[in-house]
Ligand binder design. Structure first.
Ligand code: UDP
Ligand code: MG
Length: 322
């Protein structure tokens, strides 16, 4: 197995419209560098012609490889599988839709050579994304930042370079509900960033519909913070104190025959619904955590690979089926 200097990991889910242009731009970047590269495409259960197109690239060039999942496992699992199978001294993760410009990679490599083990891309501007997406991303990153003790940088996606030692550490984290950028922050090491402008998607549509985005956000928060669970205690204490005060007021008003509250069905209804709402929300939050515990306890493999094109490094991950 030849060792490469840099492994590029590109997750693909129904990207037939962009893959040819992406491949060309990546190869142009690779050829302009003196280091040796391997290019690992991870086909995350695409149902279009993506796999067929990439297979041709693999036939043309031995540096190009492809892993195919047996179904769609999701972006975070796809990049994990790519890293697991890489053999480079450093690994770069990049999206397939050219939103992250490949031309930034040499800058990342320079910083890596200076001794940084994690170099992430920070989006200073996002072009061609809906106002809702920009706004929701902004809110989410800040919420996550305020909820967690781990210092997860804001406005940072998965476009990044990591050293092989970080990759090896990541390999030993068996978590299913993976929020990879959070895990990398949690690992620590010497980290830095390069700023870049996130371009609009080159072609095709986003493979992150609202439901998937919500799930990623929930994974990010649930894997790195217990604060939502503790919300119940604070709310319970505040509301109990409030109800005690109210009870005291009612008692006094009875004692001195003061009429200050209309006897009313509507107000009672509001109070009951409000408290039931809070109880159900808390139950839901607890459910989210229990579901994740259940997922981990089952110990199913993280991903299932049904096809490989090219020679890969040995995969040391426990719980993956090939
Ligand atoms: N992707 C994937 N599996 C999925 C969804 C997305 O491998 O289930 C890949 C997709 O092909 C792309 C990257 O993840 O390379 C980012 O997806 P996308 O650009 O659609 O997300 P957005 O930029 O809209 O958040
Ligand atoms: Mg994109």
């Amino acid at each position: 197995m030849t060792k490469f200097d840099i492994s590029l990991v590109v997750p693909l889910y129904n990207e037939e419209e962009v893959i040819a242009s992406t491949h060309e731009r990546l190869m142009r970047m690779i050829d302009s560098q003196e280091l040796s590269f391997e290019l690992i495409y991870v086909n995350d259960g695409s149902r279009d012609r993506t796999a067929a197109i990439v297979r041709e690239f693999c036939d043309q060039d031995t540096r190009v490889k492809m892993l195919s999942f047996s179904r769609n496992f999701g972006h975070q699992i796809a990049i994990t599988a790519g890293m697991d199978h890489s053999s480079g001294e450093a690994v770069v993760i990049i999206d397939a839709d050219l939103q992250d410009p490949p031309e930034i990679i040499p800058q990342m490599i320079d910083l890596w050579k200076q001794g940084y083990q994690v170099v992430y891309g920070r989006r200073v501007q996002r072009k061609g994304e809906t106002r809702f997406k920009k706004w929701s991303a902004r809110v989410f990153y800040r919420l996550l930042h305020s909820l967690t003790d781990v210092d997860i940088p804001v406005d940072v996606g998965d476009f990044r370079l990591i050293d092989a030692c970080v990759k090896d550490a990541l390999l030993n984290i068996p978590e299913h509900n993976r929020y990879v950028r959070g895990l990398i922050s949690w690992l620590g090491y010497k980290q830095t960033f390069v700023d870049y402008v996130r371009e609009p998607r080159f072609a095709g549509t986003s493979k992150y519909p609202f439901a998937k985005m919500l799930r990623l956000a929930a994974d990010g928060i649930a894997s790195f913070s217990y604060k939502p669970l503790k919300l119940g205690i604070s709310l319970g204490i505040i509301l109990s104190i409030f109800s005690l005060l109210l009870a005291f007021a009612v008692f006094i008003s009875r004692l001195f025959d003061l009429v200050w509250m209309e006897p009313g069905y509507a107000s009672l209804m509001c109070v009951i619904l409000f408290f039931f709402g809070i109880v159900l929300i808390m139950l839901g939050i607890i459910g989210e955590y229990i579901a994740r515990i259940f997922e981990e306890v089952k110990g199913r493999p993280l991903y299932i690979i049904c096809d490989k094109q090219g020679n890969f490094a040995e995969n040391k991950r426990v719980r993956a089926i090939e």
